[in-house]
Ligand binder design. Structure first.
Ligand SMILES: Nc1ncnc2c1ncn2[C@@H]1O[C@H](COP(=O)(O)OP(=O)(O)OP(=O)(O)O)[C@@H](O)[C@H]1O
Ligand SMILES: [Mg+2]
Length: 567
């Protein structure tokens, strides 16, 4: 078994024909298409979609596409050769021209509908028809499914042009947001955090889209100008793009008797979820009700671990609605996300996001999404059944599991065998008062110093003598605990595996997308290199450039310290 996986991972797909041969449809063959869909996928205007799991739709090719970059790491994992990224037909396909492929490929891709809940409250007014039937992938179009190296993958163009769910939007993503999403997905993977992945990034040399943005040196919360930015298509890859909101769509239709097929379509999409995301853990021969109990337990485990990981690296998703919550338990939709530099429990880079999605509130936001998942799947279980009792039990246990996951994570960040509530509480107060840089502080601590001078390079403010004394006394207590729990140099190595040296710093990413707008992609590529090895020391030159406190001029800077959702 291991042998066959290994040998297939060495098999390199080098030509476009070989790549196309690998297409292996699952979703379009097992789920329901919208019965009102056109046959040719020419379906680009906002309209209501009343039933079915997906709408066949063709992407809209970028005008004059230019290759920017691809992820060698992912190509390698998929068994694709790097040259393929430069192949003209491959580039055509992943810059939106599906006519580049023929033979086993269908002449259209597909978009899916989903519902939206914000922090556990159902919304429908985001849909222009006021019914929820016009909400879904407005600019994301999947074009390819395959099994590569024993794993099923779906490839989805983001910014691939309008779909019936576009709500009047242009279906495009601008270069700025595409560079961010392209880079951060692979960075998250390198940080060992489950995520959708990045395949390729192409930009148009002649097509632009107008978006609200910030003038240079703007300090305003909201964008103050309109900017024409080149449009781009990034392709993301995951076993599926199923969201909690997608399950909710069919559950809502079931509840309101809007569609006689809704309950069956709910059952189908949940089976599809199990098949795509939980195949290795759930036996699909088992009784379906038992599968649902297992599904709930596994999703709870993945979601809580995911959010604990977000806290570990300083990541704030910003907009953790149910439609941005992957039912496979990985990070999806990098819109108004950010990484905490100066430590702030309520860090939230998105001006429209509110505190409920801020840094330390993410466990509660996750619970609200889990609640919507539980509510959506529940109609598939018989009232009064044992399975339903167990299913409800999983829901009730969310907060406890979330707490266990976060406590374990803090213990590992601090190099301790067990979480110490008192020590942790004192640390949070000190970090807050000294305004520490989250990444630099924990990385310096990973060297296990016994006095505070090296930690001070992570402080944004000068500390008083009293504060220094408090730090030293905290450090002494911590040091004693660490040294009592094992070999200090081994603990240091382990701490460096959970406390990255290099994380996302927005002010260092801005120049990369700005230069890319001018046709210079060298910084995008440099960032790919640096962010793909976040736990490594890397060179002195890289350290000087990237392991640094955020300069004063970027505090409160529009588009750097905060941004609106527009992308
Ligand atoms: N320019 C656009 N044209 C059409 N639809 C859009 C556009 N921008 C956003 N949307 C749609 O609006 C909804 C909310 O946007 P949001 O920013 O959460 O998602 P996104 O970043 O586009 O997508 P995803 O969640 O697929 O990563 C999504 O369903 C998205 O498809
Ligand atoms: Mg989204």
């Amino acid at each position: 078994m291991t042998k066959s996986v290994k040998s297939s991972s060495n098999a390199c797909v080098t030509t476009f024909d070989e790549f196309v041969e690998k297409v292996d449809y699952s979703l379009m063959d097992t789920l329901h298409a919208d019965p009102n869909a056109t046959e040719d996928g020419d379906d680009h205007r906002a309209r209501q979609v009343f039933s079915g799991h997906f709408v066949p739709v063709t992407p809209t090719p970028l005008a004059e596409p230019e290759y920017i970059s691809h992820s060698s790491t992912l190509f390698n994992e998929l068994g694709l050769s790097d040259e393929l990224a430069l192949d003209s037909d491959f580039s055509r396909l992943f810059s939106g021209d599906i006519s580049a492929a023929c033979g086993p490929m269908k002449p259209f891709g597909w978009a899916t509908g989903y519902a939206l809940s914000i922090y556990g409250t159902e919304y429908i007014q985001q849909c222009p028809f006021g019914t929820g039937n016009g909400y879904g992938d407005g600019r994301a179009i999947s074009v390819f499914e395959t099994v590569m190296n024993g794993q099923r993958w779906e490839m989805q163009l983001k910014g691939g042009g309008p779909t019936p769910y576009c709500r009047g939007g242009d279906g495009r993503a601008v270069l700025r947001s595409s560079v961010r999403e392209f880079l951060v997905q692979e960075h998250m993977h390198a940080l060992d955090i489950p995520t959708s992945r990045s395949l390729t990034l192409y930009v148009s040399k002649s097509e632009t889209a107008r978006r609200p943005w910030y003038s240079p040196d703007s300090r305003s919360a909201d964008p103050d100008i309109l900017v024409d930015n080149p449009v781009a298509i990034s392709t993301r890859v995951a076993p599926s793009f199923l969201r909690v909101g997608q399950l909710e769509l069919f559950a809502r239709r079931t509840r309101s008797n809007a569609d006689p097929l809704a309950l069956e379509e709910l059952r189908m999409i949940v089976m599809h979820l199990i098949e795509r995301e939980y195949q290795n853990e759930i036996d699909q021969e088992d009784d379906f009700a038992d599968q649902l109990v297992e599904l709930a337990g596994l999703f709870r485990q993945r979601l809580t671990a995911l959010v604990a990981n977000w806290l570990r690296v300083g990541y704030c998703q910003g907009n953790f609605n149910s439609d941005n919550c992957a039912a496979g338990g990985f990070t999806l939709d990098y819109g108004p996300f950010g990484f905490c530099e100066i430590f702030d429990m309520e860090f939230q880079p998105w001006t429209g996001g509110g505190k409920h999605f801020s840094f330390f509130h993410q466990p509660s936001a996750a619970e609200a999404n889990f609640h919507m998942f539980w509510t959506a799947v529940r109609p598939l279980l018989a009232e009064g059944s044992d399975a339903l009792i167990q299913f409800d039990e999983v829901r009730r246990g969310f907060a406890e599991e979330m707490q266990n996951q976060t406590q374990q994570m803090w213990a590992s960040k601090l190099g301790l065998a067990e979480f110490d509530a008192q020590l942790f509480k004192q640390l949070l107060q000190l970090m807050d008062r000294s305004e520490v840089d989250y990444t630099i502080f924990f990385r310096e601590l990973s060297h296990i110093p016994d006095e505070i001078s090296s930690l001070k390079k992570s402080f944004y403010v000068a500390t008083s003598e009293t504060l220094d004394e408090q730090w030293q006394s905290w450090l002494n207590e911590w040091y004693d605990l660490v040294s009592a729990s094992g070999d200090v140099s081994e603990i240091s190595i382990k701490m460096k595996q959970v406390n990255p040296k290099y994380t996302w710093r927005e002010w260092l990413v801005v120049p990369a997308y700005e230069q890319a707008t001018e046709g210079d992609y060298s910084l995008v590529k440099e960032l790919q290199e640096v962010l793909n090895r976040p736990y490594d020391e890397q060179s002195k030159e890289i350290e000087d450039k990237y392991y640094r406190l955020k300069p004063k001029e970027y505090f409160r800077a529009g588009g750097v310290s905060h941004y609106s959702c527009s992308s």
